[in-house]
Ligand binder design. Sequence first.
Ligand code: MTE
Ligand code: MOS
Length: 814
Amino acid sequence: MSTLSERPDSASVGLAIPHESAALHVTGAALYTDDLVYRTKHVLHAYPVQVPHAHARVTALRTEPALAVPGVVRVLTAADVPGVNDAGVKQDEPLFPTEVMFHGHAVCWVLGETIEAARLGAAAVEVDVEALPALVTVREAIDAQSFQGGQPQLARGDVEAGLARSTRVFSGEFEFSGQEHFYLETHAALAHVDESEQIFVQSSTQHPSETQEIVAHVLGKHSSEVTVQCLRMGGGFGGKEMQPHGFAAIAALGAVLTGRPVRLRLNRTQDLTMSGKRHGFHSQWRVGFDDDGRLQALDATLTADGGWSLDLSEPVLARALCHVDNAYFIPDIRVNGRIARTNKTSNTAFRGFGGPQGMLVLEDILGRCAPLLGLDAAELRRRNFYSAGQSTPYGQPVRHPERITAVWDELCERSEFDARRAEIERFNAEHEHVKRGLALTPVKFGISFNLTAFNQGGALVHVYKDGSVLINHGGTEMGQGLHTKMLQVAATTLGIPLHKVRLAPTRTDKVPNTSATAASSGADLNGGAIKNACEQIRDRLLHVAGARLGVPAADVRIVDGVAAALGGADGVLWDDLVFTAYMQRVQLSAAGYYRTEGLHWDSSTFQGSPFKYFAYGAAAAEVEVDGFTGAYRTRRVDIVHDVGDSLSPLVDLGQIEGGFVQGAGWLTLEDLRWDESDGAGRGRFLTQAASTYKLPSFSEMPETFNVTLLRNATEEGAVYGSKATGEPPLMLAFSVREALRQAAAAFGPAGTSVDLASPATPEAVYWAVEQAREHSARGHVVEGGNGAVPPQPGADAPPMRPRSEQVLTDVSHV
Ligand code: MTE
Ligand code: MOS
């Protein structure tokens, strides 16, 4: 076992403890960035001037009327920027734009004594624009060939040969929707300037170091002149990985120009209309199977809806390409990726970071093709799992592929799959207007940032003279329980009880050059760094203890706060040991560092081993669909998930349940809509409140919900044998979508393949049910049978039918 993964006796990691802030969360005592405003004097409030055009050139901006509004102090415009007028790292996101790129784009910001004064001031600003043509849908962007960023290709083998070898070949298209993060806490920043012009920004950000860098470049300052702190976030989900920077920069600019603290917090409508979402995708594909239903070849083009600027679209697309295989071996494969530029908010990271989108393409293919291949969908999936010795299309050997089948088999057992499938068949035979479906889907998710350099973490650990311990690390807390896990790691490494360790808020002046808390790697990276820092201090203390006990340091262990020689009866109490060390002038503080070993990635060839390991899981979902309305409910969900040896089982359980429900929201409830008409409101985001954007709530929770962590799952390559948990469970929700497809298909004859829109809202399910019924009347799939491989549907393909009835063609050449 590696020293990284090995757990000592009576370790704090692995204890099922509540989230470290649970009591504060539920009592309302937990402080979020905007709560600090009420503890700060002389604060100014920032309010955006949003322009209601999807695409337009600003021809005049008159700010004087705003200054006439009582309480308005200043209007921030491009002319005020001392450094670079850009909110991002790609230089394609002007902070104060002269071209409005999406409906609601902010062109300037008003500072007021109250938020109301700032709002009235913003309303008084006069903006003249010249309207420009706008692309709203990804389809329109494809037709107009409006793309941005690189167009990568993932390839292995010879896809044409693979298709020619296949006995069944299908082709189709699938367009699916994005998702709004809907974190409870909207974007927020509070900036101060001190007497030496040091900038201090409190920001709700997953990436304090990048927020710091962007604030610095906007202000024309060095990073050392800017400190960013994140207390905690009320949810980030990827939405605060890149998007907080511009808002923090506005607050910081205001603070520098006025000398007063400036607060910027978006209200919900502003957050929904200004910040980016999960990328929706368009995909077109050809797939080949052999007689046994084994995947032979996949040829696909994935187009991500990037919105108006690149933001994180390129890495999101890369992860989509690297996850198109999910848990399945595809010998010959070619997947092209591209990013549409549309006049919408700039789409960004969202839990899974493109992985869910890539996987959805193949899971949709399997769900649609299984009935045409005459196979049960679960059986089709199982037949195609990776096995020992196989590699992903990007050339990385699949580590622990046997865990896919282990997870799957345990799931089949725990969910009583065979018995329930038979029961559902009986139920469906007996009920004409209500049908049930039960589907199993797997998840294989690569852990690490694709970009190797990001896979490093830092920590700073202080032991004070009285034996109390304060830890800092580079990760941010957004509800995912990272801080809880880090406290457990520190207590474990030092060998002391958990209550002796405290954690300080994340700050760039404590731990520099951090990566975003993202890619689910927070615990791997920061845990590795904390362990490293604590080991340095512990090793120094072991020498002090060895000298006191008269044994070599190597023979001393610190367990439960007592340092004792192996097999020895006498011990030194931790507090005593620490004070002794201090008196002997032994350093009681250490900076820790960790980098993930063994990673490499070539983004130009799309080859390498970008991931340290894979997280595995599988879910079984049962749904019931009403044939009159398409309304459905989720009757039961069983999950088996691989978190390695859990650092914190309750936290992981929460991540799995929450991730699953969030995924089910994306795939079945949450329906983003924009005004696609040619009217005056073109490009307006229509679902701009919880009243029109349906989020999962308690009523959508599965009636029975069983989550099991895979046992005996030590991951040698990660801290204390654990695996990341943050994102992978989201993709377990494919099971709900596939169960809905099967229930809808049950309204038609056996072997019916139905297409299901995503999100599979009740309306979409209704159309799928109709399709199944229609199928029973006249059949809809075209069987070619002339030996020809269908061409890849291109830009000249007929326009997509409504999302719920997309075309799938079977051209078998047997
Ligand atoms: N869980 C909660 N409660 N809130 C969040 O914002 N973000 C998710 C996931 N789980 C999130 C969450 C995302 S997108 C990621 S990448 C991981 O947490 C990040 O944290 P980790 O690296 O510590 O797992
Ligand atoms: Mo998570 S999408 O990697 O912030």
